[in-house]
Design a protein around this ligand. Structure first.
Ligand SMILES: Nc1ncnc2c1ncn2[C@@H]1O[C@H](COP(=O)(O)OP(=O)(O)OP(=O)(O)O)[C@@H](O)[C@H]1O
Ligand SMILES: O=C(O)c1ccc[n+]([C@@H]2O[C@H](COP(=O)([O-])O)[C@@H](O)[C@H]2O)c1
Length: 218
């Protein structure tokens, strides 16, 4: 069985996470996706919601979706003051599970293009496959030749490779384009604009109840 981790800040979780992940699971035959909230995003300001609130919103979002579970290893790590470097999480996973089991890390196209700024990025494929979801506004090709060559070297279009090998491939999924970001949601809330159609209703209620992301209500 291929284990799939979907890392993110999830501040808040939205349909741009959920819908592509469901389609990806269908496309390649995943039975479980673990959402992996980070504690300290390596490349972003600290989230506005607390870790507990982001976790509660994730729990609400997946309540009726058995495909998803939550992996809390990054938020329950003893090194809470360190950025949540993905490579360290993957190393830890391999230490616990060995190298025979299949592991994949899911990300959006924007994250793939930012990979050269990630900690030890070229070694990620020694631990997992990368499953890439399409994202509006981000092209499949990059002008960064080092990254493009790396992608070309490791890309597969054969789903069987992902199941037969425990790590090492990059796969571009044919996921639906969801034009939403957490930034847009936070901005909409702050500007008192509608955002209800961008995330699960239970998460919307939670944000409303706790007056999250609204500077005027703080
Ligand atoms: N609309 C989307 N379509 C495809 N992938 C997405 C989408 N939104 C987020 N992702 C992916 O989900 C992962 C976690 O994203 P994150 O939680 O940071 O959400 P975000 O909307 O990008 O946040 P922010 O707007 O605060 O930067 C990343 O790999 C990102 O590429
Ligand atoms: O390891 C890194 O250097 C690194 C740099 C940027 C992002 N990440 C991870 O990529 C995932 C998506 O990140 P973000 O910032 O888009 O929420 C999340 O799990 C982050 O911890 C990891």
């Amino acid at each position: 069985m291929l284990t799939a981790l979907f890392g993110g800040t999830f501040d808040p979780v939205h349909y741009g996470h959920i819908h592509p992940a469901i389609a990806l699971a269908k496309e390649i035959g995943l039975t479980q996706i673990s959402l992996l909230p980070n504690q300290i995003p390596p490349h972003k300001p600290q989230p506005e919601a607390t870790t507990e609130q982001r976790l509660e919103m994730l729990n609400l979002a997946i309540e009726d979706l058995p495909l998803f579970s939550i992996d809390t290893r990054e938020i329950s790590s003893e090194k809470l003051m360190r950025p949540s470097y993905t490579i360290e999480t993957l190393e830890k996973w391999r230490k616990e599970n060995g190298y025979q089991k299949g592991l994949a890390f899911i990300m959006g196209q924007d994250s793939l293009l930012s990979l050269p700024t990630w900690h030890k990025w070229q070694t990620l494929l020694d631990y997992c496959h990368l499953l890439i979801c399409r994202r509006p506004g981000y092209a499949e090709k990059t002008d960064d030749m080092e990254l493009q060559n790396w992608i070309d070297t490791h890309q597969t279009t054969n789903i069987k490779d992902l199941h037969d090998c425990p790590f090492g491939y990059i796969f571009f999924a044919h996921t639906p384009l969801e034009n939403v970001s957490a930034t847009e949601i936070r901005q909409n809330i702050n500007n008192e604009q509608n955002y209800k159609n961008l995330l699960p209703t239970k998460v919307w209620h939670y944000i409303h109840q706790h007056a999250l992301y609204n500077a005027k209500k703080k």
